[in-house]
Design a binder for this molecule. Structure first.
Ligand SMILES: N[C@@H](CCC(=O)N[C@@H](CS)C(=O)NCC(=O)O)C(=O)O
Length: 236
């Protein structure tokens, strides 16, 4: 019988090469760009911004697709010309450059706990929420950009509500991951704050979640990150 070798006999070190600084953030109305603005405001980091007209579909034009072929916001451009898209990837990158105050975590365990809650809310609540919106109230805007399934709008919203009900029972106090305010809180807050006025509020009987939502909204960065216009009456 052969023994299974351990995966690594060598101690693992974190990557230490010099980080490339952000040059500009491609920014717009919308919950994902707001997550990054909220995060930057919490950190007190200033990154030059280039605004993209998302409602006018500027993000679907060739010059923007060269930067981010997914045609979505936000995108972070680094000073060496690299483009980083996907909100989670942008935030992870910024967190490595600016670890304090920690919004993912200061230890491996804290980071893992935060990522666990972040993925839970993103996959189980935020994604179905936004699909319900794309296929429902915002169908006219988005059906020309990607394949939409209007018959699924109500089901997606129901999946998101089920996720909120589950969260009500299992979430921590005062923040989702426990005593630390983290990107998991920022992520869920930005989705709910945008979509609550277009048919996807937190159900009123979910008292812990409603109290949590109020607490997040009182943070200075929650206010500082709101987009100046309110398309369809939404805060984005
Ligand atoms: N998975 C992407 C999603 C980004 C996304 O959906 N951004 C929205 C704004 S919240 C967008 O660009 N929508 C415009 C479009 O798709 O044309 C991320 O996490 O950054």
């Amino acid at each position: 019988m052969t023994e299974t070798p351990t995966l690594s006999a060598q101690p693992q070190h974190r990557h230490t090469s010099a980080a490339v600084e952000p040059r500009r953030l491609y920014d717009s109305f919308g919950m994902n760009p707001r997550i990054v603005r909220f995060y930057l405001a919490e950190k007190g980091i200033d990154v030059p911004r280039h605004e993209v007209d998302i409602l006018g579909a500027e993000n679907r034009r060739a010059d923007y697709l060269d930067r981010n072929p997914a045609g979505q916001l936000p995108t972070l451009e680094l000073s060496d010309g690299t483009f980083i898209a996907e909100t989670a990837a942008i935030i992870e990158y910024l967190e490595e450059l600016h670890p304090d105050p920690a919004l993912i975590g200061s230890t491996a365990q804290e980071r893992a706990i935060t990522r666990m809650w972040w993925r839970r809310v993103e996959i189980g609540i935020c994604r179905p929420m936004v699909l319900g919106f794309y296929y429902g109230e915002a169908l006219e805007i988005f059906e020309t950009r990607f394949r939409c399934y209007p018959e699924q709008a109500d089901a997606q919203k129901q999946v998101a509500r089920n996720g909120l009900r589950w969260l009500e029972d299992v979430m921590n106090d005062p923040w989702l991951a426990g005593r630390r305010f983290t990107v998991a809180d920022i992520c869920l807050y930005c989705y709910i704050d945008q979509l609550c006025d277009v048919g996807q509020p937190i159900p009123s009987d979910l008292q812990r979640l409603n109290a949590w939502f109020f607490r997040v909204g009182e943070r200075r960065a929650a206010q500082a990150s709101i987009w100046r216009e309110r398309p369809m009456g939404m805060r984005g």
